[in-house]
Design a protein around this ligand. Structure first.
Ligand SMILES: [Zn+2]
Ligand SMILES: [Zn+2]
Length: 337
């Protein structure tokens, strides 16, 4: 499989990605080569693009991206459970250590030694990507541009709801109703929860209502916030900001659960006395496991999740990163190859 491929290459942190031909990767033992049909652009790509993630940062030049969907173009040595032409996805997790307590207890997304596409190994802002045959996602038929954002955003939404152990009849407040939050609104509603969607953008709140939220809240509306005080059993934060913490603490009932799903590097405001008195559980979540990915793909086949996907070309990737950074992305961007 010698040859080249088109890629949008990161040459300098925060700089325009450079579109050009680079060597096409070759799958090693246990790996598959995926010819991508589409790749989503995730907010985590924005953090890495800007060099604003925990070190080590990838050595440049580098290819970002971790929401790839395509078909198997080549098999590495020893790969027996994939066929050429089969649908496959490259998600955030390229591989994990397989030996730590997290890996061994079915919580592989918390493996501290996992390697991620678009951070530790080359990603999906390119026509081809190499994936680990054990971790590549089994992706159903359907529009690749619509399926690609499920690889991270959809999986993270499902992982967060599982992490919350959300039960029918409970009230779940979803903070941050962009592409990721909209998946969560739908998944929470499908699990029989009453959903409160929280955002600053009236358009995103309107979309949340269409997706099953029973209540919407502008977090800056103090009166509306107070009226819903202690209503939520679960608050999930998808908004990449610490500004959501004060309203989350208002909405949560005593012994409620707070799930941090957004990557925010700054410390959050938290009063230990409040924590002592309320008995609230605070935890985090990161993407999901292979089992959760299989659950998500099954859900998508049975009842497709609504998503506002803006299709772009590979050349428009930097602009998509800028739009995500500025908070002016309507939903998810998907590069169509
Ligand atoms: Zn992501
Ligand atoms: Zn591990």
């Amino acid at each position: 499989m010698a040859g080249t491929m088109q890629a949008a290459v990161l040459g300098g942190y925060g700089a325009e990605l450079v579109l050009g031909a680079v060597p096409r990767p070759v799958p090693g033992p246990g790996q598959i080569l995926i010819r991508l049909e589409a790749s989503g652009v995730c907010h985590t790509d924005v953090h890495i693009w800007q060099g604003a993630v925990r070190p080590p940062l990838p050595p440049l030049p580098f290819i970002l991206g971790h929401e790839g969907v395509g078909e198997v173009a080549a098999l590495g040595e020893g790969v027996e459970d994939w066929r050429i032409g089969e649908r496959a996805g490259a998600a955030w997790i390229h591989d994990t250590c397989g030996t730590c307590p997290e890996c061994r207890s079915g919580h592989e997304s918390f493996c501290q030694n996992h390697r991620a596409h678009g951070l530790n190994v080359p990603g999906t802002f390119a026509e081809f990507v190499v994936a680990d045959a054990r971790f590549a996602a089994r992706v159903p038929d359907g529009d690749a541009a619509v399926l690609a954002p499920l690889m991270c955003a959809g999986l993270t939404a499902l992982g967060a709801i599982d992490r919350a152990d959300l039960k029918p009849g409970e009230c779940c407040a979803v903070f941050g109703c962009g592409g990721l939050g909209q998946y969560a609104v739908q998944l929470a509603q499908r699990r029989g929860a009453e959903v409160i969607a929280v955002d600053r953008d009236p358009a995103k709140l309107a979309t949340s209502r269409r997706n099953g939220a029973t209540q919407t809240l502008d977090a800056a509306d103090t009166g509306a916030l107070e009226a819903l005080a202690a209503r939520a059993d679960v608050c999930i934060n998808f908004a990449p900001t610490t500004a959501t913490w004060a309203p989350m603490l208002t909405l949560l009932r005593p012994r409620g659960r707070l799930i941090a799903a957004a990557m925010v590097a700054e410390p959050v405001p938290l009063n230990q006395e409040w924590l002592t008195a309320s008995g609230v559980t605070i935890t985090g979540t990161s993407v999901g496991t292979r089992t959760q990915m299989a659950d998500l793909m099954r859900e998508e086949v049975e009842r497709p999740l609504a998503a506002e996907v803006t299709e772009i070309t590979l050349a428009e990737t930097t602009e998509a990163l800028r739009a995500l950074h500025a908070g002016r992305a309507p939903g998810r961007f998907s590069i169509r190859f």
